[in-house]
Design a protein. Structure first.
Length: 132
């Protein structure tokens, strides 16, 4: 298992075929940080479209960062993991704005998020919704 630092704002690792992005609480993700995350996806995924878990607790993203991240060509599905009502509101607001091309769901349980990421794919398009 290899871990990549994302400009001091978080880390990304590849574990059991799943990319895991852990943003530091309170991190601000600007365009440079979003691009660094894309580079980490490319380095760890080696050209494969992989499922991805993103911990979003207390993180804010610039409008420019939201436009470039994530790249639908390198992610097969994405689980957003939050822990508070604020995380949920932010996720529900952002889900429709994320790039289409893969299913996206919000979770408050890491175990349920990982189970969903590892289940056989077959769901077309993005699915803004919530699962606990």
């Amino acid at each position: 298992m290899s871990t990549v630092d994302i400009k001091g704002k978080g880390t990304m690792e590849l574990s059991n075929g799943v990319l895991i992005l852990r943003w530091k609480r309170g991190a601000y993700v600007g365009i440079d940080v979003a691009r660094a995350a894309l580079e980490a996806i490319s380095a760890l995924g080696r050209g494969n479209r992989l499922p991805m878990l993103v911990e979003i607790q207390g993180v804010t993203h610039s409008a420019a960062a939201r436009k470039v991240f994530p790249d639908p060509s390198s992610v097969s599905r994405m689980a957003l993991l939050g822990s508070s009502p604020v995380d949920r509101v932010v996720a529900m607001f952002r889900l429709p704005l994320l790039p289409a091309g893969f299913p996206i769901r919000y979770f408050t349980s890491a175990d349920k998020a990982m189970a969903w990421l590892l289940e056989p794919s077959g769901e077309p398009g993005a699915e803004p919704g919530s699962s606990r």
